[in-house]
Design a protein around this ligand. Structure first.
Ligand SMILES: Nc1ncnc2c1ncn2[C@@H]1O[C@H](COP(=O)(O)OP(=O)(O)OP(=O)(O)O)[C@@H](O)[C@H]1O
Ligand SMILES: [Mg+2]
Length: 453
């Protein structure tokens, strides 16, 4: 049975609507003020809420804001008078589904409800379908359920519809390019997405890569060649590692942004620059500006809208959903059927600090799945890029091959403790020793400061 919540201080109206909706088979809840309304809203999870804009005490738009903050369910129809139009539009922006004028006309209300319920059924159908596919890998999709990732998704939604320049900041492997592609996908999916990595191209070729060149413009320019700016057309130009752009090229690029046109190297003709610009960097451009390594005027042009992607260690809620997603992708690629990430593996994954971020996680899972044929990810196939400094030294060095047994033992215990996230019980199991023995060794080797029990 559909549930409807009425929040209006006009008691005669509420009574009429109550009778009307009961007659239509709805389960009806009603309140005369926002406080009581919110209480019923939380408790009953209505499908539809009719919410008066003018209420005593907390008004309807405030009640809506509270409900949206708390993620309360239901389509909200604002009930409004002509003079409250501004508040009503603000309510629509905050997520109300629609509005109706007072005095209420039951026929328009019926039409609106029917429309909402049809839309709702479609939405549910899509949700069911997307749940089924979420079992398998979706390419180019941003995965994660941390608040930080949700904020990034919201930022993307905010900028995708207009051609503003976006500066995407984040450590290596955090998903900057993925964010850029997602914005492009929503902005102009049928136009080209052209990426250029400013760090990967030697500086004397960079300008020709960006702007293109005419035949004979410089030694080796045998043919005319269009640059990335030209190829991007009306699509997206993604300047990756923009902090690596040499100062001289920065000046030229700034001019392109100001004049919206450019010339191929060795040409006089102007070409219009129509593409949307997205840039990414893992450097702190602001301090580069202070140090004189990046032009301030260009920086101001680029930072119109900034999306910061936090490192993976600051959003550990994303680790398991990402890991699951990579497993299902790699299952397909390698025709495997890995099903589970065991709990102890989850603990190790979330205790690690991921200097290589999401890319490192993906690589690690791929390696683990190649090394083991088991259907469950195995802990001893865990391989981290940031190995202990001692372990690094051990690689190939003569001196280290002659280390004492106790040094090796100390290093090994420290490594296992790190893998278990400091859990002594787990560590004892892996090491095959008792807890008192472990404690004694930790004492002897002076390890306790690094690990907690
Ligand atoms: N939230 C995410 N959901 C799914 N996959 C992700 C996510 N973030 C990153 N990835 C994956 O991790 C890998 C690295 O991401 P990407 O290349 O976008 O990072 P980056 O920040 O551009 O790295 P770099 O600074 O090294 O260029 C890619 O395979 C990408 O698909
Ligand atoms: Mg990148």
């Amino acid at each position: 049975m559909k549930k409807i919540l009425l929040i209006d201080d006009e008691s005669s109206l509420v009574r009429t609507l109550d009778l009307y909706f009961r007659g239509k088979g709805y389960n009806v809840f009603s309140a005369f003020d926002a406080r009581e309304g919110l209480r019923l809203w939380r408790k009953n999870e209505p499908d539809i809420v009719l919410l008066d804009v003018q209420l005593p005490g907390m008004d309807g738009t405030q009640a809506l804001a509270t409900a949206k903050d708390e993620n309360l369910p239901g389509d909200v129809i604002m009930i409004t008078a002509f003079q409250d139009m501004e508040a009503t539009l603000a309510a629509i922006q905050r997520g109300a589904t629609d509005y109706l004028y007072k005095p209420l006309d039951l026929d328009s209300l019926d039409v609106l409800l029917e429309k909402i319920l049809v839309r709702r059924r479609e939405r549910e159908k899509i949700e069911r379908l997307s749940h089924v596919v979420s079992d398998s890998f979706k390419p180019n999709q941003i995965i994660g359920k941390s608040q930080a990732t949700l904020e990034v998704l919201k930022d993307i939604a905010r900028v995708a519809g207009s051609p503003v320049t976006v500066l995407i900041q984040g450590e290596t492997g955090t998903g900057k390019e993925l964010v850029a592609r997602t914005i492009h996908q929503q902005w102009a999916p049928d136009e080209p997405f052209v990426a250029i990595n400013c760090a990967a191209i030697v500086s004397n070729l960079l300008e020709s890569e960006l702007f293109g060149h005419e035949r004979g413009a410089f030694t080796g320019a045998i043919q005319r060649k269009p640059g990335k700016l030209e190829i991007a057309g009306s699509g997206t130009l993604f300047l990756d590692e923009v902090g690596e752009l040499p100062l001289e090229t920065q000046a030229k690029f700034l001019r392109v942004l100001q004049e919206k046109q450019f010339q191929r190297v060795g040409a006089l003709k102007d070409i219009a620059f129509k593409a949307r610009l997205l840039v990414a960097t893992n450097r702190d451009l602001e301090s580069m500006v202070e140090a004189g390594g990046f032009r301030e005027d260009l920086y101001f042009r680029l930072k119109v809208f900034v999306i910061r992607i936090p490192p993976l260690r600051e959003r550990i809620e994303d680790i398991v959903p990402l890991a699951e997603n990579f497993i299902s992708r790699i299952n397909r690629e390698l025709d495997r059927n890995v099903k589970r990430i065991p709990m102890e593996y989850v603990r190790v994954l979330t205790a690690y600090d991921w200097p290589g971020n999401v890319r490192e996680l993906e690589n690690m899972i791929r390696r683990a799945m190649i090394l083991s044929k088991a259907e469950v990810l195995e802990i001893d196939q865990c391989w981290f890029e940031r190995r202990e400094p001692a372990a690094d030294k051990a690689c190939g060095s003569q001196e280290n091959q002659l280390r004492s047994l106790s040094d090796m033992e100390k290093e090994h215990i420290s490594k296992i403790l790190r893998h278990t996230g400091g859990n002594y019980g787990e560590a004892c199991k892996i090491l095959g020793i008792t807890r008192p023995t472990l404690r004694k060794k930790i004492n002897d080797y002076g390890l306790e400061a690094d690990h907690r029990e």
